[in-house]
Design a protein around this ligand. Sequence first.
Ligand SMILES: Nc1nc2c(c(=O)[nH]1)N[C@H]1C(S)=C(S)[C@@H](COP(=O)(O)OP(=O)(O)OC[C@H]3O[C@@H](n4cnc5c(=O)[nH]c(N)nc54)[C@H](O)[C@@H]3O)O[C@H]1N2
Ligand SMILES: Nc1nc2c(c(=O)[nH]1)N[C@H]1C(S)=C(S)[C@@H](COP(=O)(O)OP(=O)(O)OC[C@H]3O[C@@H](n4cnc5c(=O)[nH]c(N)nc54)[C@H](O)[C@@H]3O)O[C@H]1N2
Ligand code: SF4
Ligand SMILES: [Mo]
Length: 583
Amino acid sequence: MIACTRDCYDTCIFDLNYKPLNIFPVNGFTCSRGITDLKRNKMNRIDSAYIEGKQVAIEEAIKYVVKKLKEYKKEEILHVDYDGNQGLLTWYYPARFWNAIGSASTDYSICSAEGHEAIKLHYGTSFGALPEEFEKYNAVVFWGSEAVFSFIHGWRILSKKYKITIDVRVSETAKRSEKFYIINPSSDAFLAIGIIKVLLYEGLYEESLLDDLDSLRQYVNQYDFSLIEDVTGLSEDQIEELAELYYYYKPLTIIGFALGRTFQGGYAISLISLIPALLGLKRGFYYSNSQGWGIDFSYLRGFHISKPSRIVGMAEVGKEVEKGNVKFLFTWNSNPIHSLPGSDKIKEAVEEGRLFLVSHDPFWNETTKLANVVIPAPTFLEKYDVVYGYWHDYLVFNEPISPSHGITEVELNKMLAKEYGISSHPLIEEDEWTAINIAIKGTGISLKELKEKKVVKINRKIEIEKVKVKPLPNLSLPPKGKYLVFSSHPNYTNSQFKEVYPQLPIAYTKDVEGIGYIENSNGKVKVIFKKDESIPDNVVFMYKSSLIDLNGKPINSLIGSEKGKYSGTPLLNGTIVKITLLK
Ligand SMILES: Nc1nc2c(c(=O)[nH]1)N[C@H]1C(S)=C(S)[C@@H](COP(=O)(O)OP(=O)(O)OC[C@H]3O[C@@H](n4cnc5c(=O)[nH]c(N)nc54)[C@H](O)[C@@H]3O)O[C@H]1N2
Ligand SMILES: Nc1nc2c(c(=O)[nH]1)N[C@H]1C(S)=C(S)[C@@H](COP(=O)(O)OP(=O)(O)OC[C@H]3O[C@@H](n4cnc5c(=O)[nH]c(N)nc54)[C@H](O)[C@@H]3O)O[C@H]1N2
Ligand code: SF4
Ligand SMILES: [Mo]
């Protein structure tokens, strides 16, 4: 079997002919990327190792990387890895070499970390509804989620329900919903307070699971409806209607990752998560179930023996590179030049010789094209791995169906360790399969069983009886202005698939058409503007897969190093910009 390892809610499972399995919730269908995977696997591949653009043997590249590594202090060496491939052997285990040498690590905050912490404050876990539980609801609220594109199997189940969407523009999900509410960007915490106020005032909460309604009442009383109306852009009547729909339908709330990247996004998610509990729904939300399976990701990364010498927030990598605090950057499973905030600073530092960049990736991308050293990696179709999802509860034993290109992350880890002279370090000595067997113990599944059956249900149930009201956040007013806002495109997963579906940097606004600039105090980028009536005045909208401007400059030049309060997630959807058309 093979599970698609891309960063995606759905984690489709395929047979060895790459046909999607006809089991719930995969249900025999996949996306526009899934159907082109076999073709794409032969396109745009890195076919060899490279040093400064010159083709070399992989062994030579590794020797050179280790020689360079030894020139820097461990705090100046940073590894940047994220979810290009969610396999336990591809993403997690390879952090061991870096932890063994005590280099710096990121805080893994770029995507969903803020919301995990926000929900855990109240529920003690971020584990929400399972696919089977999606089926039981009559209605759903998509809150900051473009599920029609980003979560196609979830959407297939939920599209049959009564649907309510809360967004800052008329998204595709909004268009296909029975009701939608368009609010001002980054005002979600205030809307959640408005809904809670109505439910409490009107007594619409017979079976609340919250432990301290008095504190909640006092808290929401601090916020007048006139303020909530002003901040959210909705009228009191609209908020009342939304609250009554919540009470009447008792919907499942899909809390989108996009929210965690807004101004006060963690606060918003924390308050939103209280609504289903107030209505008596146990785990009446879905955010990401990844931290609920009992997989010990820290063990895989080796934190039980060696920790990073320092943590650099993903919001701050650009800034730290600019300051000269990071001089060596090793990346795998991630395309930082495309996707990190302030990535223009990383690009400049490499071009000016202030940063040594190494990338291990299967495909040529914005980072590999710039890197001093490139090492080819096999794709998930070319190696063994163990894969979990962040929605469904299957664990999958991935088997290769194509000949391997390059060197796996595990092999590279071992070769780096050998060259560095630390092969006998306990993190390196422990065989990767032994590490996996230990790390998945909490799922109740052994590696032996998984290897035999290939696809095994984790069957984890987390019961919630009471939900804690406190801590409640102290809110500030979101800044006014035009917000640059991003979302998922159906044909790409983040920066991937441009070899199949080429694209241009297009920014959608209500009324501007032509070529021009988006700018703020952090930078200026050149894009194509297109008019789109679904975008309000205070939003400039872009897909998060076209983050390189017409001059090759990262759009993320515009994103500063501000970060969320709970987990340091960058404010990717919280940036204020100005637009000008080229004369
Ligand atoms: N096809 C496809 N699927 C994907 C991905 C992909 O690139 N392509 N990426 C995957 C990844 S990495 C992730 S993180 C998830 C993301 O999936 P989602 O959680 O669905 O997030 P986004 O698609 O980024 O954006 C969701 C919506 O949030 C809205 N939004 C932005 N700011 C605000 C705000 O302040 N308030 C409110 N209420 N709404 C706001 C946007 O307009 C957008 O419609 O999808 C995964 N699935
Ligand atoms: N402005 C703005 N920036 C954003 C976002 C936004 O909404 N707006 N979204 C953010 C979000 S949600 C996320 S998750 C990040 C994603 O950021 P990225 O790191 O760009 O994520 P991907 O493009 O999914 O994957 C990264 C790389 O992993 C590689 N890869 C795939 N499989 C393997 C493998 O088996 N081995 C190795 N070594 N590499 C592999 C891919 O080829 C790709 O180059 O971007 C963030 N950046
Ligand atoms: S990207 Fe998502 S929907 Fe597409 S094949 Fe992979 S898991 Fe399935
Ligand atoms: Mo993400």
